[in-house]
Design a binder for this molecule. Structure first.
Ligand SMILES: NC(=O)c1ccc[n+]([C@@H]2O[C@H](COP(=O)([O-])OP(=O)(O)OC[C@H]3O[C@@H](n4cnc5c(N)ncnc54)[C@H](O)[C@@H]3O)[C@@H](O)[C@H]2O)c1
Length: 258
């Protein structure tokens, strides 16, 4: 009979190398911390010049950490990232495309500069890093790509037209890449978080009426905590998800089912 330890080993990330964009804050920080606890070594992309909080959080796990400072808006800063991970660790097992920004304006006045920046960080960079990662993973005949989608991959939202367009795009990208790469051993999937308490939602949380309206619509009765995402991310990054391709796992306390 299979022991509990044996059956749980399919969820282990022991010895895996994971690159997480936006891994120094918010949801990416929680995912990176969870991956390290599950046994992975990390590479993290962020804009700021350090990633102290993550380093402190993972220090008891013994996970290695490579921090890559880059602004994902710019192609020239995206280009060398995957090669640096491979140079450091000799492989890349998992890519999590998590970095994101938000701009809120009525569509009629939406500044095109912000449209361009958001699409570059949240859609073009996701494709480019996935393409570069897949070139490594195809050689390895194995790899996992997880894109962070959103409820706005399914809904239009309000005054967030660039974000909704990018997140619908992320879902399309996830399915298209899964189709082309599944038979090469790469699982491309997405996670769609609901409303989570991070810096990105600070403006919504600071408005008592909006905060309450959102909370009351969530069947679970509360906003998500970044830690609520860890199980889904580990699952999709692990061998347990070997036959899952092009799916989006919604982690939203029930919002979309309502
Ligand atoms: N918080 C939510 O409720 C929620 C819901 C659905 C989806 N998401 C998605 O989850 C992801 C993470 O969001 P979060 O809530 O943790 O937000 P956050 O603002 O706390 O973190 C965003 C991260 O992205 C990084 N980032 C942003 N622009 C970058 C750039 N140009 N170059 C490099 N890094 C950049 C930031 O440095 C930060 O680490 C985003 O893709 C977001 O769209 C969040």
């Amino acid at each position: 009979m299979e022991t509990e330890k044996e059956s749980l080993s399919m969820f282990s990330l022991k010895g895996k190398v994971a690159l997480i964009t936006g891994g120094r804050r918010g949801l990416g920080l929680a995912i990176a911390t969870g991956f390290a606890k599950a046994g992975a070594h990390l590479a993290v992309v962020g804009r700021a010049n350090d990633c102290k909080e993550l380093a402190e959080r993972i220090s008891p796990t013994g996970a290695r950490l490579l921090y890559l400072q880059a602004d994902l808006e710019h192609r020239e800063e995206r280009q060398g990232l995957i090669p640096k991970v491979v140079e450091q660790y000799g492989k890349l097992d998992i890519l999590v495309n998590c970095a994101g920004i938000q701009y809120r304006h009525a569509a009629i006045d939406f500044p095109l500069k912000e449209w361009d920046r958001l699409l570059s960080v949240m859609l073009t960079a996701v494709f480019e890093l996935s393409q570069q990662a897949a070139r490594v993973m195809i050689n390895q005949k194995k790899g996992k790509i997880i894109n962070i989608a959103s409820l706005l991959s399914f809904q239009g939202g309000w005054t967030v037209v660039a974000y909704a367009a990018a997140k619908h795009g992320v879902l399309g990208l996830t399915r298209a890449l899964a189709n082309e790469w599944a038979h090469k051993g790469i699982n491309v999937n997405a996670i769609a978080p609901g409303y989570f308490d991070t810096d990105m939602c600070a403006a919504l949380k600071a408005d008592p009426e909006r905060e309450r309206a959102i909370r009351e619509r969530i069947p679970a009765g509360r906003w998500g905590k970044p830690e609520d995402l860890i199980g889904a991310a580990i699952f999709l990054a692990s061998e347990a998800a070997e036959y899952i391709n092009g799916q989006v796992l919604v982690v939203d306390g029930g919002w979309l089912s309502r």
